[in-house]
Design a protein around this ligand. Structure first.
Ligand code: NAP
Ligand code: LUD
Length: 282
């Protein structure tokens, strides 16, 4: 039996479930969920992700609007667009793709998004609600990590989980979600001593570091579950994760590939959050 946790297929299944639900809602109410994605600047990876988000929306029957703003957009212009989208009744979810170009204040922009439309879960109100165990919108990538574990029938309760990385968009929220599901959670970062030794204790490893293949096969305990969030471009085209996949796959009981692991789940969870925003405030 394969021990690959196929995020691409699972995300496809979820998007199909969402498509059916949206078709039914449209039939009943005449309305569909709407997502606005804002892209500022020309970063090629961001442009790819934003294109994939728009396409996934359309395939699932959502209304999709993409606002492409120039690299030289001012903070004021960006805030004005966010305010306009906050007021727009066709738009249930707003996402400002990160990172923003230098000179723009991302925290101020995220705070300007109506928390009820904050399908990224980055508004301080949603961050706080996750922290207190009363989540509203949960960030898409960490939510995708949990959904992968659930659909892979991985028990979380009571297990030792090690999260490598403590960013606000992946590491910290992933750790909080695992904690909420009753894992015993350790969060590692660049000052962690004996990182291989800490990872070796884990039943569940979540790698979100941004360093190609840093987590080696001999850091993984026999039978552990490995979720690789990293997406690193090496050379012209090749994408690799934060885990040395070929080494780790022989030790892990279950492992996500890159590409085709967490990435597609991020987009599926974005649609899920947008549908929830619509249901809350059709
Ligand atoms: P980030 O903001 O750069 O955070 C990286 C974290 O890794 C930091 O907490 C940093 O520690 C830690 N770190 C860096 N070098 C380390 C080392 N040598 N040993 C231990 N820890 C180390 O990155 P991010 O936004 O969380 O993203 C992480 C990776 O996930 C990237 O490859 C990104 O492309 C990918 N990603 C994928 C998705 C997806 O949908 N699949 C979504 C988001 C991000 P300090 O805090 O001490 O600096
Ligand atoms: N900003 C995200 N910035 C970057 N990979 C994503 C992502 C899909 N506001 C905001 O969408 O949630 C966000 N909200 N992020 N990311 C990263 C992060 C953001 C990363 C990878 C993928 C979204 C994805 O689908 C494919 C895969 O891993 O299989 C590969 C796609 C490729 O490049 O070929």
């Amino acid at each position: 039996m394969s021990n690959i946790l196929d995020g691409k297929q699972i995300a496809k299944d979820i998007r199909e479930e969402l498509r059916k639900e949206v078709a039914e809602l449209k039939e009943k109410t005449g309305r569909v969920p709407g997502l606005a994605v804002v892209l500022v600047g020309e970063d090629p990876a961001s442009a790819t992700y934003v294109r994939m988000k728009g396409k996934a929306c359309e395939q699932a029957g959502f209304l999709s609007r993409t606002h492409r703003l120039s690299e030289t957009t001012s903070q004021r212009e960006l805030l004005d667009l966010v305010n306009e989208l906050n007021e727009d009744d066709e738009i249930h979810g707003i996402l400002v793709q990160l990172p923003l170009p230098d000179g723009l204040d991302d925290q101020e922009v995220l705070k300007a998004i109506n928390p009820e439309k904050d399908v990224d879960g980055f508004h301080p109100l949603n961050v706080g609600r996750l922290m207190t165990g009363d989540p509203y919108f949960v960030p898409c990538t960490p939510r995708g990590v949990i959904e992968l574990l659930d659909r892979g029938n991985v028990e979380i309760k009571g297990k030792k989980a090690v999260v490598v990385g403590r960013s606000n968009i992946v590491g910290k929220p992933a750790a909080l979600l695992l904690l909420q599901r009753h894992a015993t959670v350790t969060i590692c970062h660049s000052r962690t001593q004996d990182l291989p030794g800490v990872v070796r204790e884990a039943d569940i490893v979540v790698a979100a570091v941004g360093r190609p293949e840093m987590v080696r096969g001999d850091w993984i305990k026999e039978g552990a579950v490995v979720i690789d969030v990293g997406v690193n471009r090496v050379g012209e085209k090749k994408l690799v994760g934060d885990v040395a996949f070929d080494e780790a796959k022989d030790v892990a009981s279950l492992i996500t590939p890159v590409p085709g692991g967490v990435g597609p789940m991020t987009i599926a969870m974005l649609l899920q959050n947008t549908l929830e925003a619509f249901k809350n405030h059709g």
